[in-house]
Design a binder for this molecule. Structure first.
Ligand SMILES: Cc1cc2nc3c(=O)[nH]c(=O)nc-3n(C[C@H](O)[C@H](O)[C@H](O)COP(=O)(O)OP(=O)(O)OC[C@H]3O[C@@H](n4cnc5c(N)ncnc54)[C@H](O)[C@@H]3O)c2cc1C
Ligand SMILES: NC(=O)c1ccc[n+]([C@@H]2O[C@H](COP(=O)([O-])OP(=O)(O)OC[C@H]3O[C@@H](n4cnc5c(N)ncnc54)[C@H](O)[C@@H]3O)[C@@H](O)[C@H]2O)c1
Length: 454
């Protein structure tokens, strides 16, 4: 009789790994398929190398601000070597052995679905009661005349760089563009950001966009708004030249495309197991991440919130559902952080989104040095801002953003307040540590209360 697995996981990025781990812990028999490296985009070409390599420039900027400290020259070779160590030198053999040791069948190869409960890889067919699609995304690169003539990079090339270029043009204006601009400018590379819209981080509040752009410019990054590439060509000495639709040219050693992602669903044949794709190619799922009978999808391939923490969360949801613990996913209050210097963090709704949902929301922005002590003890030329958005009728927080040191950490208070729908009176009764950035929430709530009578 043919072997039937409890679950087949296609794609072993952070989402797939969480499901695999939970099902193995529960004693389930699983088969996992990975066409590249176990750990996915995040571990080798995205979150881990980028956050590792950004740390040096961040420390340097912070050292310049701290009384009695000073920045020192960054050592690219040492930073690069540590990045490579953190990205496991692109070697996942320990991961593969680890899963095999725990009883999983590990298949290296590109898998596709041949019918309900049927997966094929390397010409072999595997049967499973549940199939989990966790195939993530690939970079989308715009097509324009001459793109083949220039040095075009995506996150893959940038986060495995061996030698730094002297100059780059970054096309895009969101998380990858900003983090990459901070990283490269921190290491002395001349950076131009070509953003096709009027503002950076266009899904966030306009205040966030303006502050982010200001910090980028402070680091010497040239930001060109409303700019898109018409034609590319190779210049003398091997440079890449971009002619812009709006007129003018940008010359750089390389062009980095930070222009979003495309779900990896091509050739997967999800329809054979009853799933459907939306207009962008994402697998459609319900609140359990259920796509069809015996078929689930998690992570970036769902297009819901393309972050590692969300892929992992959806992995927990699916594992629980498969293990008979019915569970719904909720996407309220999930943090969105750009690891720049300072960190840019946001959570919940923007004013525009709140208005779109018919919420009567009021907001306030607090400049941290003017409101609390921590920025002054942290650095000599203190900076930072917090914005909050409150539902006037329900008297709960519905959104927040912070651009300040360590904002990726203390934004979680807003995250919990939004997810738990904590009443304002409870938030006002909180007793944050003195002197900490967290004190800013109290100031914001008090000022909003005084201004709006809530
Ligand atoms: C530069 C950059 C920085 C980022 N930084 C952060 C960050 O700091 N924090 C954060 O939360 N998010 C970050 N992200 C986003 C994060 O990388 C993704 O949200 C996350 O990797 C999604 O995980 P996933 O498991 O859905 O997919 P992936 O990590 O893409 O993994 C999918 C896996 O499936 C495999 N696969 C695909 N098709 C098949 C097939 N047919 N058969 C077998 N295997 C297949 C792939 O090889 C891959 O290993 C960043 C993204 C980029 C580009
Ligand atoms: N810290 C983090 O959590 C983190 C860090 C990096 C990336 N990510 C995630 O990775 C994913 C990819 O990030 P991203 O910044 O590449 O994508 P994105 O989809 O967030 O943004 C794409 C950007 O490229 C621009 N763009 C798209 N097509 C263009 C074109 N033809 N010409 C010029 N500009 C164009 C868009 O206007 C936008 O600014 C996102 O989901 C992001 O959330 C997360």
């Amino acid at each position: 009789m043919e072997e039937v697995f409890d679950a087949a996981i296609i794609g072993m990025g952070p989402g797939g790994e969480v499901v695999a781990d939970r099902l193995l812990t529960a004693g389930k028999k699983i088969v996992v398929f990975e066409s590249e490296l176990i750990g996915g985009e995040c571990a080798y070409w995205a979150c881990i190398p980028s956050k590792t390599i950004l740390r040096g420039p961040e420390v340097n900027i912070e050292a310049d601000g701290a009384a009695g400290a000073s920045s020192s020259t960054l050592d690219w070779e040492k930073a690069r070597d540590y990045r490579d160590y953190m990205a496991r030198h692109l070697d996942d053999s320990a991961q593969a052995e680890g899963y095999a040791r725990r009883g999983a069948t590990v298949v290296r190869g590109k898998a596709f679905i041949s019918g309900p409960g049927h997966v094929v890889a390397n010409g072999e067919q595997y049967l499973a009661h549940h199939i989990i699609i966790a195939t993530g995304t690939s970079p989308s690169v715009p097509d324009f005349p001459g793109i083949g003539d220039i040095t075009a990079w995506t996150n893959r090339e940038v986060y495995t760089l061996d030698t730094l270029p002297q100059s780059v043009a970054i096309v895009g204006g969101s998380a990858v563009a900003l983090e990459t601009a901070f990283f490269l400018s921190g290491f002395g590379v001349e950076v131009t950001v070509l953003n096709r819209s009027a503002r950076l981080l266009g899904r966030e509040e306009p205040e966030v966009s303006a502050l982010a752009e200001g910090y980028l410019r402070e680091r010497g990054v040239k930001v060109m708004a409303n700019s898109s590439v018409a034609v590319g060509r190779r210049g003398d000495g091997g440079s890449s030249i971009l002619a812009l639709r709006e007129g003018g040219e940008v010359v750089a050693d390389a062009v980095i495309f930070a222009t979003g992602r495309t779900p990896r669903t091509e050739g997967l044949d999800v329809a054979r197991a009853g799933a459907t794709l939306d207009g962008r190619g994402n697998v459609r799922v319900d609140e359990h991440c259920w796509a069809a009978e015996g078929l689930w999808a998690i992570g970036d391939v769902t297009g819901i919130m393309p972050f590692t923490h969300v892929a992992k969360y959806q992995g927990r949801i699916v594992a629980d559902c498969i293990l008979g613990r019915d569970r719904n996913a909720s996407y309220d209050g999930i943090p969105r952080v750009v690891f720049a210097a300072p960190e840019i963090a946001a959570v919940g709704l923007t004013r525009e989104q709140a208005e779109g949902r018919g919420i009567d929301a009021v907001s306030i922005q607090v400049n941290l040095p003017e409101a609390i002590a921590r920025p002054w003890t942290y650095e000599q030329d203190p900076h930072g801002d917090l914005g909050i958005l409150v539902d006037r009728h329900r008297r709960v927080l519905v959104g927040a953003w912070a651009i300040a040191p360590q904002a990726s950490e203390w934004i979680h208070q807003a995250s919990m307040a939004i997810r738990g729908e904590t009443p304002l009176q409870v938030l006002r009764d909180a007793v944050p540590q003195f002197p900490s950035y967290s004190e800013a929430y109290l100031v914001a709530l008090d000022r909003l209360g005084a201004a709006e009578g809530i």
